[in-house]
Design a protein around this ligand. Structure first.
Ligand SMILES: [Zn+2]
Ligand SMILES: [Zn+2]
Length: 246
């Protein structure tokens, strides 16, 4: 079963509510706006909110954090490189004519490679900067929450403070397109997609991928050797034939 997706606020951000799991655990990812609606939805699940997980700290992903934290007192997770943005959430709002309650300090820092567990839910944290300095992708089994790194047919904007296009493309190739092809990508705006769909059709990624030597599936080049690498589509080892690290 997929996560519940609530599209909220002026920027139509996707807030995801997961659970309740078998032990009642509920998680919220990116409570960006419409705090009452998110709160009511969480209460209606009948479970217990275990964490507030933030893919990044742009206003449209953190706008409801203060109220959700106050209501449920669950720990807030954020990558420290987005702290300056996070601390300026109210100022970001002013720029758009929106009143945003400043969120309380994060409780726990995400760092790249962390495995975080909440009851039956487990995520691998991958640092995917470029849209913002502290953007992360939360990888679960067969799915990933990618924030504003990549969208169906597009990529995140990089013209905001701390954004960088080359950094973003490298992170997408290294950390997202390297996931198994069938991995479902839950994005910060718009519909969910898959690694396979974006690798095949995303115009921003054209030219960054190479065909697997056996099956032709589009693959991200291995940036640092290909030890352990294999085509996620046909499982052919060392798909680019350029490795001596067997
Ligand atoms: Zn953003
Ligand atoms: Zn956004």
């Amino acid at each position: 079963m997929g996560p519940n997706c609530l599209t909220v606020g002026a920027f139509q951000s996707n807030c995801y509510v997961l659970g309740p799991g078998s032990d009642g655990t509920v998680l919220v990812i990116d409570p960006g706006a419409e705090a009452e609606r998110i709160r009511d939805f969480i209460i209606e699940t009948g479970g217990t909110l275990a964490a507030i997980l933030l893919t990044h700290a742009h206003l449209d992903h953190v706008g409801a954090v203060a109220m959700i934290k106050r209501q449920f007192d669950a720990p807030i997770y954020l990558h420290p490189s987005d702290l300056p943005l996070y601390n300026s959430a109210a100022a970001q709002g002013v720029a758009f004519g929106l009143v945003v309650e400043p969120p309380p300090p994060p409780d726990i820092e995400f760092s790249h490679g962390d495995i975080v567990n909440f009851g039956p839910f487990e995520f691998e944290v991958r640092h995917t900067p470029g849209h913002s300095p502290g953007s992360v992708t939360l990888v679960a089994e067969r799915s990933a929450f990618v924030g504003d790194c990549i969208f169906s047919g597009s990529i995140g904007r990089t013209d905001l403070e701390g954004g960088d296009t080359e950094t973003l493309l490298a992170a997408i190739v290294r950390e997202i397109l390297s996931l198994p092809m069938q991995t479902k990508l839950f994005t910060g705006h718009g519909p969910a997609t898959t690694v396979a769909a974006e690798a095949a059709t995303n115009p921003f990624l054209a030219g960054l991928l190479e065909p697997c030597q056996r099956c032709g599936a589009p693959l991200a080049p291995r940036l640092a050797g290909c030890k352990g690498g294999h085509c996620a589509h046909c499982d052919h080892p060392y798909p680019h034939g350029d490795c001596s690290d067997v």
